[in-house]
Design a protein around this ligand. Structure first.
Ligand code: XUL
Ligand code: CO
Length: 439
């Protein structure tokens, strides 16, 4: 097999003193953090679409990426070579997982049947490479947003033919995910939303979205696919308003339609930011609803209002993400998928390595800090103390449902002195700094 990234050898752990940007300083895959190795805690995955399919286009300019398969004209030949290159990349980087959309890995044909045939051919190659390199599929998904047929949405399109096409495409993507032993399957509703309410039957669209998800649940049972289903919230972009707005909206939607037993959330940092939340907020909301499933690891730009999908380098962010993941008991089926792309001017193949290495090291460092925070239990104790009034007296009666308005009125009328204590935010930020900066 040809070598596609000739300038790069296997990326190794060299420790914090190393100044080699093609080595890990913090990610030491077999190092134990508690009773799990870093590799088991972090479950890194590469996103096929950004790293292998995308060419660096933006709304104002053409692709810039230089890739060793650029010269190949035939789309199927290109897809095959790209797949081989991808596995060489996963292997050299030392990740155990990847994620893909059906259309990232194989080109569309003239008809759905031809498209499915193309997909089958590439999946066969992927399956063999997965075995050869011992790489697993974190999750699969269907791209039901790019083709112009999805102009009005996919499951939420006003056009029933598009709904049918969407169902057929997702059915196939689930087959393929099962075939490759995928640990999960993600639904990201890129165009499941609206541009204007003046032409939108919101009730029908939401009902139809739920109908499609129920069909997916039924089909998973039918074929014996036991991977985890995820919904990935995002408030907008490409659609003006997307129904899977944020974790809270998705949890409410799943509960409303009786789907909550079958889905968890795949939370993405830049989507949280677009919804006006911190990533920690989104993760915590999912966690307290037992729905924290997987993470699309990236970060946005403070000065840009769109989904920039940058590689995560902010240690405050990676620490707080891993703190929530540890609080949730760690990943089971999910992991950290780098849904991130190199900047358009970072067009050389080596930039793909620099980008993933800094992302992996940032998360490894974040894991270690978060583990120490959790082990020390200082933040948990501060929170427990803050709510101590609910562990005794009237607070306990409220929690246990022993009192109603009348009893509480009697209590309040007699309790003429309410005492509050400081929330200590600045102290807590100092404490977080203590962990992040280290002694
Ligand atoms: C888009 C996005 C998607 C999903 C998978 O913003 O995050 O790539 O992760 O469809
Ligand atoms: Co994503």
């Amino acid at each position: 097999m040809a070598e596609y990234f000739k300038d790069v050898k296997e990326i190794k752990y060299e420790g914090p003193k190393s100044d080699n940007p093609l080595a890990f300083k913090y990610y030491n895959p077999d190092e134990l953090v508690g009773n799990k190795t870093m590799r088991e805690h972090l479950k890194f995955s590469v996103a096929y679409w950004h790293t292998f399919t995308a060419q660096g286009t933006d709304p104002f300019g053409a692709g810039t990426m230089i890739r060793s398969w650029d010269h190949i004209q035939d789309p199927m030949d290109k897809a095959k070579v790209r797949m081989e290159a991808a596995f060489e990349f996963f292997d050299k980087l030392g990740v155990d997982y990847f994620c893909f959309h059906d259309r990232d890995i194989a080109p569309e044909g003239e008809t759905l049947a031809e498209t499915n045939k193309n997909l089958d051919e590439i999946v066969k190659i992927a399956k063999q490479l997965m075995e050869d390199y011992d790489i697993k599929l974190l999750w699969g998904t269907a791209n039901t947003f790019n083709n112009p047929r999805f102009v009005h949405g996919a499951a939420t399109s006003c056009n029933a033919d598009v709904f049918a096409y969407t169902a057929a495409q997702i059915k196939k993507a689930m087959d393929v995910t099962k075939e490759l032993g995928g640990e999960g399957y993600t639904f990201w509703g890129g165009r499941e939303g609206y541009e204007t309410l003046l032409n939108t039957d919101m009730k029908l669209e939401l009902d139809n979205y739920a109908r499609l998800l129920h069909m997916a649940v039924d089909y998973a049972k039918q074929i014996g696919f036991d991977g985890q289903f995820y919904i990935e919230p995002k408030p907008k972009e490409p659609t003006k308003h997307q129904y899977d707005f944020d974790a809270a909206a998705v949890v409410a939607f799943l509960k409303t339609y009786g789907l909550d037993d079958y889905f968890k959330l795949n939370i993405e940092t830049n989507h949280a930011t677009l919804a006006g939340h911190t990533m920690q907020h989104e993760l915590m909301y999912a966690r307290i609803n037992n729905m924290l499933g997987s993470v699309d690891a990236n970060q946005g730009d403070l000065y840009l209002g769109w989904d920039t999908d940058q590689f995560p380098t902010d240690i405050y962010l990676t620490t707080l993400v891993m703190y929530e993941v540890l609080q949730a008991g760690g990943f089971t089926t999910g992991g950290l998928n780098f849904d991130a792309k190199v900047r358009r001017p970072s067009f050389e193949p080596i930039d793909l390595f620099y980008a993933h290495i800094v992302g992996m090291d940032s998360f490894a460092k974040g894991l270690k800090i978060a583990y120490k925070m959790k082990q020390d239990g200082k933040f948990e104790k501060i929170i427990a103390d803050r709510y101590a009034s609910y562990t005794e007296g009237i607070g306990k009666d409220i929690i246990e449902g022993k009192v109603g308005f009348s009893e509480l009125e009697r209590y309040a009328l007699e309790n003429n002195e309410i005492k509050n204590v400081s929330g200590r935010q600045e102290y807590l930020e100092w404490l977080l700094n203590e962990y992040i900066l280290g002694k």
